[in-house]
Design a protein around this ligand. Sequence first.
Ligand SMILES: [Zn+2]
Length: 146
Amino acid sequence: MLNVDTIKNGLVIDHIRSGCGIKIFNYLGLDKADYCVALIMNVPSKTMGKKDIIKIDNIINIDYSVLGFIDPNITVNVIMDEHIAKKITLSLPDRVENVIKCRNPRCITTTEHYVPHSFKLVNRKKAEYACEYCDELYRAGVGDVF
Ligand SMILES: [Zn+2]
């Protein structure tokens, strides 16, 4: 049983927008984890109102650019020997591949399945990405991945 307050070596994914924790939990494959993990939902937060937190009692490899795409406001604390060894802040990556699917039914990625789903950041302020093939716009930071 995981004591959610103490992790010896692992990761704490914090400041997740309330409701997005389960999406990140599933994206990271934590539902299949054989080590201790905890998804804590609706934690009171001064700055966010409510937030979700994921605690992982294991140092796992995470693609931080994808995590930044899902929600750039997330922070990750790396815990070593029960102390915070490193704080990782995320940002929107310039480009993502095979993270989201283009919604345009006429886009080449819909019919040609070997084509990667590539999106480039076109407006950082609005968190807007455009499909590299058809320019269909997509907003990041809403917790969507496939
Ligand atoms: Zn497209």
